[in-house]
Design a protein around this ligand. Sequence first.
Ligand SMILES: Cc1cc2nc3c(=O)[nH]c(=O)nc-3n(C[C@H](O)[C@H](O)[C@H](O)COP(=O)(O)OP(=O)(O)OC[C@H]3O[C@@H](n4cnc5c(N)ncnc54)[C@H](O)[C@@H]3O)c2cc1C
Length: 334
Amino acid sequence: MSSKMEIYNTFGLHATADRYLVINDESQLRQFLSSGQLSQPYLILGGGSNMVFTRHFSGTIIHLENKGIRLLAPKSSAEDCLVEAAAGEVWDDFVHHCIGHGWHGTENLVAIPGTVGAAPVQNLGAYGVEAKDIIHSVRAFEIATGRERIFTNDECQFAYRDSIFKGVLKNQYIIWSVVFRLQREFHPDIQYKALSEALHSAGIESPTPQQLADTITQVRWGKLPRPEEMGSAGSFFKNPVVPAEQYHKLKETYPDIVAYPVSEGYKLAAGWLIEHAGWKGRSLGRCGVYEKQALVLVNRGGCTGQEVLALAEAVTEAVRSQFSVTLQKEAIII
Ligand SMILES: Cc1cc2nc3c(=O)[nH]c(=O)nc-3n(C[C@H](O)[C@H](O)[C@H](O)COP(=O)(O)OP(=O)(O)OC[C@H]3O[C@@H](n4cnc5c(N)ncnc54)[C@H](O)[C@@H]3O)c2cc1C
C-alpha cells in the first residue's frame, strides 16, 4: 500500500491515486471489507487495459492478484466441465491453461489483455464469442457489506460489452472468481470472416485448439497495437446500433457502409465511420487514431488522459456531423 503511486494501465498514461491496495488472498479481502478501511471512493483495477486515467484518483485503487484455476470435478460431466478461475489470473494465461487441459470454449478469446475478474464486467468478446457464452457464474463480494454473492449467468445481465457490473452494480462488487462451463470436445467456432479467411489462406480446414488460438493471435496483432509497443485501451468506441430506417438512409448515401443486422436494427462498424469521417491515422496532440484500425486510439508518446478525451471528442463530433450517429465510448474514463 502506498500513496500517490503511479498505477498500471495499457494506455501508458501517467496516473496516480491516494492509495493503492493489492489483495491476493480471500481472508485479506474479507478482513479489509469488514474493517471498514475501504472508504469511498474506490476503484477496482485489473490489468488497466480498458481504462483511461484523466486525473489523479482521490481514493483507493484495489488491485487483485489472487491466483488459481481449478476443475470443479464433481460438477463436471463427460460432455462439459466447470472450471473456476481467480479474478487476478491473467486472462490469456487462463485461455492457454484451458487449451492445455483440453477444456474448450475460450480459444477465440485468446490474447485479449487483462484479467479474469474483468471478463464478466464488459462481457469480453472477440471473433464471434463472448464471455457470456462460457460463463457459468460469478463469485463476488459486496464492498459495502462484505457479503458474498454468487451471480448466475442470467443475473449478470450480459449484453454487448455490458453487464450488471458496468450498470446498476457498477463499482459495488469485487469479483473474486469466475466459473466457466467449458466443453470436453472441441467444436471450433470459425464463422467470423477474418478468421475463416486466415485459416483458409493457411490451408487449415479443421484447426486444432492450438492452431485456432495461434491463428487468432496472428490476426489480432496484425490489426491491433501490442500494448508493449504502443499504448491503447483496445477498441475505444463501441459499434453503434441504429434503427433499420436510419441504416437504410445511410446505405443510400454510403453504399459501402459496413453494418450487421441485430435485433434492434443494425450495428454499424465504428471503425468504418471514423475512417470515412477522415480521422484514420490522424493525431491530435500526442494521441492518435491507429492507422490499421480506426476504432483504436493510441498513445503516440507521452500522451495525457486529457489529450485522449480531446481526440475522442473531435472524432465523435466528426462522426456525428457527417452521419448523425453518436459514438459511445467502450473504454472506461476515470
Ligand atoms: C490491445 C487491446 C486489445 C483489446 N481487445 C479486446 C477485445 O478483443 N475484446 C474485448 O472485449 N476487449 C478488448 N480489450 C479491452 C480489455 O482487454 C478488456 O476490457 C479486459 O477485459 C479488461 O481487463 P482488465 O483486467 O485490464 O480490466 P481493467 O481495465 O483494469 O478494468 C475494466 C473494468 O472492470 C472493472 N474490474 C476489473 N477487475 C474487476 C474485479 N475483479 N471485480 C470487479 N470489477 C473489476 C474495473 O473497475 C473497470 O470498471 C482490448 C484492450 C487492449 C489494450
